[in-house]
Design a protein around this ligand. Structure first.
Ligand code: ATP
Ligand code: MG
Length: 389
């Protein structure tokens, strides 16, 4: 193994007694996503290492930059705890940094976790700083706006590195149990998935398909979105519910203005059941307050009343532009905007209710007598696993 990465964690470091639970999960997630590379993942108590052969470094960097729980990571040089060796390596990295940045203003940071090392962190900074000033003409110490920084850590051995690449932060996927995402083909629900994975939820998805009113392409689009999302969620089950009969019955009964809300309530009812059958303890949707008629407080009260599971709506306070910026960052936007109709827009009333009366619309839902159709839809649900390559 010729390449070593040092991983720094973010919020996990604030955990108390159950910190090792979070750390173990992080290691497991990294190993899972890097299977096939023969990498070695080690460490604990705030610092992790991935050792890998050079040919896999692009893959490692791609995985670490999207693995929740990681604050940042660096390619590091491992050395014995000898100040002369550390200085020698610092001078090599200093020359490389000058080539890369074209600048000579620098900063040294040092951490001494091993207190038996003869120099304290200030002493290490001074020793390295002096060596660089002596050996590199026109170099200047600049702690506020350096062109480059050399970092030293003294632990069981010494580490020297210059670059810290950003991780996504958050908590390792799987540390908050499992949730069921209502995944449509739109822009919002994939972003909701990413945001809740970031808080440690393991996520499976459920999609309501209204064939032939929504096409096979629309279904494939949702599969493609789930495949992209599965990179962040360490794999994902996708449940595809045949929803046509439910949808048609709602339409046929003719509470015209309430159609979308009744249909959403039915979706949540099925999602609740599939979630509970598969050990998911929460639902997730891409709703944002007042974005459309079905997302007013009164509408959300009714659609949300179809489940007693907590429903996470991480986009609730976000503008569309903010949501799109995340969709672009996580790579779902281009797929989301492919022009296949979703079932909701096809069956949407011309003048949808925005402020339903809760008692009245609940009564209308009961009058639909959907139980049998909901049972059948849940029973005929298809299950796919994505991200298992
Ligand atoms: P999105 O961009 O996620 O489709 P949207 O702005 O189009 O959201 P709606 O169509 O009102 O909003 O849907 C609100 C939420 O309901 C979606 O974010 C998603 O969680 C869920 N949802 C809507 N349609 C479906 C569907 N066919 N299958 C699964 N979930 C759905
Ligand atoms: Mg939609």
């Amino acid at each position: 193994m010729d390449k070593l990465y040092l991983i720094k964690i973010g919020e996990i470091a604030l955990k108390g007694g159950n910190r090792s639970f979070f750390e173990k999960r992080l290691k497991k997630n990294i190993k899972l996503d890097l299977r096939g590379t023969n990498c070695i993942v080690s460490g604990g108590r705030g610092r992790f290492f991935v050792e890998v052969n050079k040919e896999h470094s692009a893959q490692v960097e791609e995985v670490l930059s999207r693995t929740f729980g990681i604050k940042g990571f660096s390619v590091v040089k491992r050395l014995e705890k000898n100040i002369d060796k550390i200085i020698e390596e610092a001078l090599i990295q200093a020359s490389e940094n000058i080539k890369e940045t074209g600048g000579k203003n620098f900063k040294i940071t040092a951490r001494r976790a091993d207190k038996s090392f003869p120099l304290n962190s200030y002493g290490i900074c001074c020793a390295l700083g002096d060596a660089i000033l002596d050996n590199i003409e026109e170099s200047v110490v600049d702690v506020n706006t350096p062109d480059w920084t050399i970092n030293v850590e003294i632990r069981e051995t010494a580490y020297v590195y210059s670059h810290v690449l950003p991780g996504p932060g958050g908590l390792p996927v799987g540390t908050a149990g499992k949730g069921m995402l209502l995944l449509s083909g739109g822009i919002d629900s994939p972003v909701a998935c990413w945001l809740m994975s970031k808080r440690g939820l393991k996520i499976d998805s459920i999609y309501f398909h209204t064939y032939p009113y929504t096409s096979d392409e629309a279904k494939q689009k949702v599969i493609d979105l789930a495949t992209i999302l599965s990179r962040y969620t360490s794999g994902m089950n996708l449940y595809i519910v045949p929803f046509t009969d439910v949808q048609l019955k709602i339409k046929e009964k003719g509470f015209e203005k309430a159609t979308t809300l009744l249909m959403r309530h039915a979706m949540v009812k099925i999602a609740d059941r599939v979630a509970k059958q598969n050990d998911a303890g929460s639902l997730i949707t891409g709703e944002a307050l007042s974005q459309v008629a079905s997302q007013t407080p009164e509408s959300i009260r009714f659609t949300g009343s179809a489940t007693d599971l907590p429903t996470f709506r991480p986009l609730i306070g976000m503008d569309k532009e903010e949501i799109i910026a995340i969709a672009e960052k996580i790579g779902t936007f281009k797929t989301s905007i492919l022009p296949y109709e979703d079932c909701c827009s096809l069956f949407a009333p011309e003048h949808p209710l925005t402020h339903p009366n809760f008692e009245q619309i609940t009564k209308e839902f009961i009058e639909l007598e959907l139980d049998e159709l909901l049972n059948t839809a849940a029973l005929e649900t298809e299950k796919l696993y994505l991200g298992g390559e």
